[in-house]
Design a protein around this ligand. Structure first.
Ligand SMILES: C[S@@+](CC[C@H](N)C(=O)[O-])C[C@H]1O[C@@H](n2cnc3c(N)ncnc32)[C@H](O)[C@@H]1O
Length: 283
């Protein structure tokens, strides 16, 4: 089955922990997604699709921006994240566009006949086994000339949120297995030229890819110990620590605390620079 590993991953601990820490993750990612949403020309009546919509916050932001006469569809493979999204949608303001969620693989799902004017994703498009097939499928669901806009991470090396806790943990734990370049995962789209090639092969035009730097604010209002606790549950070292022998867990957390302390203040939580690509194209 296509994307079987990602379906298992996002329905397992990662998807469940994301739901548990939804408010924390949303506070960190919302400003990045809003920036991409601001770039879209949205009008009353727009039909929009949010790919890899997760817990649905950007989906609902799109719905508020569009207003009651349009529609928004969120698609995701993660049942726990979609459950939360559905619950949030039930509390959406009445003047928002109606929102529906589909539990499906965006690479292969046959979307309904009404073509989308806008397709958006906040860090939800880097997980496909076959990205060209996925983006061809997505383009096929859009009206000709429709707008695609998404964000995806630049390389791990320029995202200290990912590297600083991991390097500290690796003082005591073995490094995680090296992922082949471009393998499905958060950094699959780290090379702008590769993203451009995928969109070109999927028949998109007017492709633009711009670098954006923005601080990632993690855990505002939490103590440093609580931040470390969240990093080992939902952060970039979650899997490493989950698989570590029990006696090593606290020493690893102590190392991580020392490493992230310089970036922590009581008033703001942990702030580390984030670097991502802001991508747009026309169907
Ligand atoms: C990093 S999370 C981002 C979630 C959400 N967009 C956000 O910003 O909070 C990536 C999301 O992509 C979803 N995903 C991964 N592969 C997918 C696929 N083939 N089709 C649809 N969704 C997928 C995951 O389940 C997960 O919810």
């Amino acid at each position: 089955m296509q994307n079987a590993a990602q379906i298992e991953f996002w329905n397992g601990d990662t998807g469940k922990n994301w739901v548990t820490h939804d408010a924390l993750m949303e506070a960190m990612l919302a400003p990045l997604g809003e920036r991409v949403l601001d770039s879209l020309a949205i009008s009353a009546g727009t039909h929009a699709l949010d790919i890899g919509c997760g817990c649905g916050h950007p989906t609902l932001s799109l719905a508020r921006r569009i207003g009651a006469s349009g529609s928004v569809t969120g698609v995701d493979i993660s049942a726990p994240m979609l459950n939360l999204a559905q619950g949030l949608a039930e509390q959406a303001p009445e003047d928002s566009a109606p929102v529906s969620f589909i539990k499906a693989d965006a690479q292969t799902y046959r979307f309904s006949e009404t073509p989308f004017d806008v397709v958006f994703s906040r860090f939800g498009v880097m997980f496909f086994d076959e990205p060209v097939a996925a983006f061809s499928n997505i383009r096929g669901a859009m009206r000709p000339g429709g707008q695609l806009a998404f964000c995806c991470w630049q390389p791990r090396a320029v995202n200290p949120f990912m590297t600083i806790p991991a390097l500290a943990a690796m003082e005591l734990l073995p490094p995680p297995p090296e992922m082949p370049a471009r393998a499905p995962g958060p950094f699959a789209f780290e090379e702008a030229e590769y993203v451009e090639q995928i969109l070109f092969e999927a028949d998109f035009s007017d492709i633009t890819i711009n670098p954006v730097s923005q601080p990632l604010v993690f855990g505002k209002g939490l103590s440093i110990e609580e931040i470390v606790d969240r990093l080992v549950q939902i952060g970039p070292i979650a899997q490493m620590v989950r698989e570590a022998p029990e006696p090593l867990r606290q020493p690893v957390m102590d190392k991580v605390k020392i490493a992230v302390s310089p970036y922590y203040t009581e008033a703001s939580g942990m702030i580390l620079e984030g670097n991502f690509w802001q991508v747009s194209a026309a169907a």
